[in-house]
Each structure stands twice: as structure tokens, then as C-alpha cells.
Design a binder for this molecule. Structure first.
Ligand code: ADP
Ligand code: MG
Length: 616
């Protein structure tokens, strides 16, 4: 019988390798940007069309290639970066496999123009599906320009698997961020469909971060620095109060290479322990420098994972360094997230001197008298945000034609509750009794027994339905701000805001201006306090960026969910009796009462029968 094993032809081998190296347009972007950096470029331009499906072009002013090298660079395992196995342990370049260009050329139409400084003319090369389509001399500036078109043209399954342009653009932007953050001294430009997304001049680390994430980031950063024989750590962490519920601004760089490391991430999170809520992630930009011989970046073809020689020591060092920075910059002691947010100084009063408080004592106060609202003074489940806003609410009531709203208004603020509940008996007779358990559950009785309500989920449901409802009213109800509020964002965030502006307006935001890197707000939805606007918009933008283009995606729905989650009463907050009752009433006026907007059960029922059984 004849032998059956054959060597695969190069173009087939390349196509197989491409499966590993190129998952989506963002992978191409990463490889091309890294090649430009390895070529010593000081300026790199990234031009993308249609989320990278139509075009990905990287233009650099690096060292360029000779005509022979230009041809060779598309061969598999052709690299100028390492020559022998030992070099693998002393890597100072991003690339070393010599696989990227060969892989990309196997599955796309690639065009390259390149010239070295010393050469008079450059080389123009066109390769389609691993075959050279043409090669000629050309006039071109020093450096290399690579364009990649029709990605996956010969692998329809892969092409169809690509997500929407927006999603692919998001992945590309993520890669761009990683590379640009790791190399602040290199100038980067990024254009998508003809419009400039980023223009990053050569800068220091801090300014690069601020350039990418917007000028408001500057005040959020705390520097980190430590030098030990094993590792040099520098960079920034974000102050704990800016921890986000969505992941996104966590960056580790090892020897200026972006890496993912759940283990080191854990070290940072551990340093933040007690300072941030358990469902939030701290933001960080940490640059580690280690001896190249002590790491192995060879374990994954896309090279975001790294194996360290001494991970445990690194963990301990990182944790203590971050902790130290938190302490040194006095971030730690001032924070207490269990604090009643009503007691926090509103932004506008931050730097003003305090007025001596006026103390009144209720001499007739008797804690044993069940007087309902007067006995407990604590958190009100609706954070009143504007003194005059009851009157605004009255307007809305008629707009909504909603009786439940009219009912719940009675619990909105102390000033009006007083008059409505002058007759205390009315409250206790006509309503159910409620009880708060462990600052988490509200317990109330029903005919057949009792129900236990998760306060946070219940409030999420109430707010979610409210926001959905607002968004269907033509004229949304807003509270006018006394002074317009100007907030700055990064360009990308502003673009995201523009995408969702209409919906934000429909739920009550009033924008005077959304342009450049700042926005001016003159009105916010009811239920949103002015001091929370920045935080809420941050959250809305990052949720939008995470979810945009995904299937079953409705902007209004996502935004309503985010707002509901952000504004809802949380576990751990004390609710006074009125608020408990208002929440229960509001919940049962909802269209859906059992399931929270995030598909979690809101309450459970325990019947008398269930209780009886326990007593047998
Ligand atoms: P690697 O980067 O792993 O060496 P690549 O396939 O990405 O493999 O590139 C192959 C070779 O082509 C590189 O080693 C380098 O010599 C050359 N090259 C690629 N891109 C550029 C560029 N932008 N400027 C100069 N040389 C380049
Ligand atoms: Mg490379």
C-alpha cells in the first residue's frame, strides 16, 4: 500500500495558521500595530473602514524594508526579530513568530508599500490569498504602509461569523487602546470611516491615559510606584469611588506588552478590599518591568497570556504596592460606601465653609409610642434631588395618567408627607405593616401569610418600568438644573453619547451641547440627583459600549436597566417605614412584580400553611 502522509502546501498551512492568529479584524490591527512599533516608528496611523471588514491600514514611519525583505516578510516563519532559540528568552520586540504577515496574506488582500531611509525608491507589493499579484518599484515616504482588504474573503464561514461593524470597531478600539497605552512616546492617529477617533501626541503615561479616556480621568488617577530587584511597578490606579460595575479599564503591561492575568488582577482587587463594593471592579493601568528571561510569553499564539517565574512574589508585591498607594494618597480612610448618600456633601458645597448646625430636640419624644414616620429617621428610598420637584411631579402625574404615581408621591419627601399623614391612624389602618430585615429584605403581610421582598430588586423593577414609561411619553419630565452642568468625556464617549442622546432626552436629560470633549446639561430626569449625573452617564456609556450591536439589543431597554440599577436602593440601606411601604405599593403597581429587570426573583411568599407545618 502507498504512503498516505503528505506535506501540506504552504498556502494551506498558512490558512490553517491564520485561524490561530487572526480571529477578527482586531487581531490584524494588533499585529500590524506591533510590527510598526517593532520597526521603531515614532508615528503610527491606523485607518479603518466598516469595522475593519472593508479596510485596515497601518502607516508607520519606521525603518521600512528592502525589496527582498518585503517579499520574504510574507513567508511563514520569516522574521528579523529572533535568530536562535535562546533569543526567545531575551525578547525586546512584540513579534517573534514570523507568522502574522503570512497568515494575514493567506486570508485577505494585502498591499504593502515600504522604503528604507537609505533607499531611493520603495517597493510596492500586492498579495492575494498568499499569491503575489504584482510587485513594482514606487515612490513612497520612509516607513511602511500595509493595507488589508476583504478579510476572510476565501473563508466564508469566518466572514459570516464576524459581528456588526460597531462590535468589530469596539474590539479594534480595545486593541488600539492597549497598544497606545503601552507606548505613550509614540504618536498614534486613528480614523474610522473618514472621521478621526483619536489623535494622540507623544506624551508621558499619565497624559496618554487622559488623552484616551478623557480629561475627567486625570482627577481619578492615583500614581503607583515601586522598585524591587524582581519587578519594577509603575502606573496608576483609579480611586475606589470610581470603581465600575462593568469591566473595562483594567490594564496590565509587562515590558510594555499588554497582558491578561486573572491572578494579578486578583492581587489588585485584594488591595482594594473593603474600599469598593464586591460587584465592582477597580480601574488600573499598571506597568510591570521584569527581566525578559523570567517570563514566557510563548504559551499562547495571540500572546496576551504570560507565564511568570515567580508569580507568588509578584502577587504579594503588587498587592502591597497598590495598597500602599491607596494609603499614601489618603484614599483609603475617607471612604465608607455604607454611608448614607444623603449625608455626602453635594458637589456645589464642597469647598464652602460649614454652617453650625441648628439642633432641635423633641422633648416629648417617646420611643415606645408607635408613631410611624416620626420615630425612624433614616434613608428615604427616593432620594429627593430638588426641593421644588414635587411640583414637577404633579405635572407628570397628569401626563402619565398614572394613579400609582399619585399615590406614591405621598412618600416622596418629608415636607409633604407631613400634611398627608396628619392623621396617623389612617396610615396604620389602611395599610399593611412592613418590616425591614437585615437592611436587605422588606417583610409584609398578605392575606394568606407573608412575603419577603428583596428591596434592591424591587426598586430596580419600579424604576425600570418608570424609565420605560418616560421614554414613551413625547415630552419627558425633567428637573431643570439651576446652573448648567458641564462634564468632559473622551471623544469615544462623546460619540457613544451622541448615539444614545435621543433616548437620554426621551427619559428627561436636556443637553445644551454635545461636542468636542464636553457636554453641557441643563436638565436631568426626575429621580436623578445632580451630583450623580457624572457617575450615571459613565455607567450608561460603558454599558452601551459593552452591549451595542449585540442581538436583541434595545437601547431604551439597556439604558432603563442601567438607570434602574444605578439609582436603586441597595442592600445595606436602611429604609424608614414610609419608604418601605411606598416601595411595596410601587412594586405591586408594576406590570411585572415577580422578576427584576435582570431576571432575578423579587420576592418569595410564605403562607400560613407553610408556617403551620413548621410547628408540627
Ligand atoms: P514577526 O513580527 O513575528 O517577526 P511578522 O509576520 O509580523 O512576524 O513580520 C515579518 C517580518 O516583516 C518582521 O520580522 C519584520 O522584519 C518585517 N516587517 C513587518 N512589518 C514591518 C513594518 N511595518 N516595518 C518594517 N518591517 C516590517
Ligand atoms: Mg509581527
Amino acid at each position: 500500500m502507498a504512503d498516505i502522509i503528505k506535506l501540506l502546501p504552504d498556502h494551506v498551512a498558512n490558512q490553517i495558521a491564520a485561524g490561530e492568529v487572526v480571529q477578527r479584524p482586531a487581531s490584524v490591527v494588533k499585529e500590524l500595530l506591533e510590527n510598526a512599533l517593532d520597526a521603531g516608528a515614532s508615528q503610527i496611523k491606523l485607518i479603518v473602514k466598516d469595522g475593519g471588514k472593508a479596510l485596515i491600514q497601518v502607516v508607520d514611519n519606521g525603518e521600512g524594508m528592502s525589496t527582498t525583505d518585503a517579499r520574504l516578510s510574507f513567508e511563514r516563519h520569516a522574521t528579523s526579530k529572533i535568530q536562535k532559540a535562546e533569543d526567545l528568552f531575551n525578547l525586546h520586540t512584540k513579534g517573534f513568530r514570523g507568522e502574522a504577515l503570512a497568515s494575514i496574506a493567506a486570508i485577505a488582500h494585502v498591499e504593502m508599500q515600504t522604503r528604507r531611509e537609505t533607499d531611493e525608491v520603495g517597493t510596492h507589493l500586492k498579495i492575494e490569498g498568499s499569491k503575489v499579484a504584482f510587485q513594482e518599484v514606487c515612490v513612497t515616504p520612509k516607513g511602511t504602509s500595509m493595507s488589508v482588504k476583504n478579510l476572510f474573503f476565501n473563508i466564508p464561514a469566518r466572514r459570516n461569523f464576524l459581528k456588526s461593524n460597531q462590535v468589530e470597531l469596539r474590539h479594534i478600539t480595545d486593541e488600539f487602546h492597549r497598544v497606545a497605552l503601552a507606548h505613550p512616546s509614540v504618536a498614534f492617529y486613528f480614523y474610522h470611516n473618514g472621521s478621526e477617533l483619536f489623535n494622540l501626541p507623544s506624551d508621558n503615561y499619565r497624559k496618554r491615559i487622559v488623552h484616551i479616556f478623557g480629561s475627567r480621568t486625570n482627577q481619578k488617577l492615583v500614581p503607583v510606584e515601586e522598585e524591587t530587584p524582581i519587578v519594577k511597578i509603575k502606573g496608576f490606579i483609579k480611586k475606589p469611588e470610581f470603581a465600575k460595575r462593568s469591566r473595562g479599564e483594567q490594564f496590565f503591561f509587562v515590558n510594555n506588552r499588554y497582558i491578561k492575568s486573572p491572578y494579578l488582577h486578583h492581587a489588585v482587587v485584594a488591595a482594594f478590599e473593603g474600599l469598593i463594593k464586591s460587584d465592582t471592579y477597580p480601574g488600573y493601568f499598571l506597568y510591570l518591568e521584569v527581566d525578559p528571561a523570567s517570563i514566557d510569553i510563548n504559551i499562547h499564539p495571540t500572546k496576551t497570556e504570560v507565564k511568570f517565574d515567580d508569580e507568588h512574589t509578584l502577587y504579594a508585591l503588587l498587592r502591597s504596592t497598590v495598597k500602599h498607594s491607596l494609603g499614601q494618597f489618603n484614599v483609603a480612610p475617607a471612604l465608607d460606601f455604607d454611608q448614607d448618600p444623603n449625608l455626602l456633601t453635594p458637589y456645589g458645597f464642597k469647598d464652602k465653609s460649614a454652617v453650625e448646625p441648628h439642633v432641635t430636640v423633641d422633648a416629648g419624644f417617646n420611643p415606645f409610642l408607635e408613631t410611624g414616620n416620626k420615630a425612624v429617621k433614616s434613608f428615604s428610598y427616593r432620594k429627593g434631588s430638588d426641593q421644588n420637584w414635587e411640583s414637577l411631579y404633579v405635572g407628570m402625574e397628569s401626563k402619565l395618567g398614572d394613579e400609582t404615581t399619585a399615590h406614591s408621591i405621598s412618600f416622596e419627601s418629608d415636607t409633604i408627607t407631613g400634611s398627608i399623614f396628619e392623621d396617623e391612624n389612617e396610615l396604620s389602618e389602611s395599610s399593611t405593616t412592613t418590616f425591614q430585615l437585615r437592611r436587605k429584605y422588606i417583610i409584609t403581610t398578605i392575606k394568606s401569610g407573608m412575603i419577603i421582598i428583596d428591596q434592591s430588586r424591587a426598586h430596580q423593577r419600579v424604576l425600570y418600568e418608570k424609565f420605560l414609561k418616560y421614554s414613551t411619553i413625547k415630552e419627558a419630565v425633567s428637573q431643570q438644573l439651576l446652573f448648567p452642568l458641564t462634564l468632559s468625556f473622551s471623544k469615544l464617549e462623546i460619540n457613544a453619547l451622541k448615539d444614545i442622546e435621543k433616548i437620554l432626552v426621551s427619559i428627561g436629560f436636556i443637553f445644551e451641547k454635545v461636542e468636542g470633549e464636553s457636554i453641557t446639561i441643563t436638565g436631568v430626569p426626575l429621580l436623578v440627583a445632580e451630583s450623580e449625573v457624572g457617575m450615571i452617564l459613565d455607567q450608561l456609556i460603558s454599558d452601551y459600549q459593552q452591549q451595542v450591536g449585540e442581538e436583541n439589543f434595545s437601547h431604551t431597554d439597556i439604558l432603563s436597566k442601567t438607570l434602574a440599577k444605578t439609582l436603586s436602593v441597595k442592600t445595606g440601606e436602611v429604609l424608614d417605614k414610609q419608604s418601605q411601604l411606598a416601595l411595596v405599593n410601587d412594586l405591586f403597581a408594576c406590570k411585572e412584580t415577580k422578576i427584576s429587570p435582570f431576571n432575578k426573583p423579587i420576592y418569595i411568599t410564605i403562607t400560613e400553611n407553610d408556617i403551620d407545618k413548621k410547628f408540627i
